[in-house]
Design a protein around this ligand. Structure first.
Ligand code: C5P
Length: 234
């Protein structure tokens, strides 16, 4: 039997690296909040998918008001986030049953394409954990901060040929992800793949999309707006 599909959209971060008072997931891109654009990609890729939106409790009413005002009527289960991304995902997983397939996606990645999302969901029937990655094109340096200065960490070399950047959506069989998230928090848990890996289960990888950026800074927002307006013209 086909597993029911869920997406957990992570939007409980404070977005302080962007500056400004409104968290970045609520800033506009293409005339809509980034978070709405992100959710719409999943609705387009998988009609009928169940959406769980994770928000900072201070912004739950803001988001409900936004959805009403903008006539964004998609059914959503809204969950309050936690202290870190890990705690936010763990809260959301309480709403997900076993035997389902669940994507976890950053609410600030609206440029992921419906075709990648669709393809990933189609491929996870037999794959318990599927992670999109892109190869690193930059040369990476391992440095440490010394006051305001950056200094070389002697002997620490990042071999670019084996380095990849992990993106979202990361898609899992829900019973695996729920079990992995029952572990104690570790500061190394910066994505869901790192939690499942620490739990001792193997991960499968697929090629991500270079434009599927996590909007983090003002430059990212500028780039995302430009990409979105070019896509509209296509
Ligand atoms: O902080 P980071 O850039 O890794 O955040 C990635 C995603 O996780 C963002 O979409 C952010 O809103 C979300 N997040 C969350 N709960 C937190 C921290 C981050 O949902 N406590």
């Amino acid at each position: 039997m086909e597993r029911r599909r869920y997406v957990i959209v992570m939007a409980a971060g404070s977005g302080t690296r962007m500056g400004g008072s409104l968290p970045k997931q609520f800033l506009e891109i293409g005339g809509k909040a980034i978070l709405q654009k992100t959710i719409e990609v999943f609705l387009e890729a998988c009609p009928g998918i169940s959406v769980v939106t994770v928000l900072n409790s201070d912004y739950i009413q803001y988001w409900r008001d936004y959805c009403l005002k903008h006539n964004f009527t998609c059914p959503q289960t809204i969950v309050a986030g936690g202290f870190t991304r890990f705690h936010s995902v763990r809260n959301a997983l309480e709403k997900i049953p076993e035997g389902a397939v669940v994507a976890v996606h950053d609410g600030v990645r609206p440029l992921v394409t419906p075709s990648l999302v669709r393809e990933m969901f189609e491929n996870v029937a037999e794959i318990p954990a599927l992670i999109p990655v892109v190869p690193c094109v930059d040369t990476l340096k391992v440095l440490q901060k010394d006051g305001d200065e950056l200094r070389t960490v002697e002997g620490a070399v990042a071999d670019r040929s084996v380095l990849y950047a992990a993106q979202t959506p990361q898609i899992f069989h829900s019973e695996l992800l729920k079990s992995a998230y029952s572990m104690a928090y570790d500061t190394m848990f910066t994505d869901d793949a790192s939690v499942v890996q620490k739990y001792g289960k193997s991960l499968s990888y697929t090629m991500g999309e270079r434009l599927n950026i996590k909007i983090t800074t003002q430059e990212d927002l500028l780039l995302a707006r430009a990409v979105m307006s070019l896509r509209v013209k296509d």
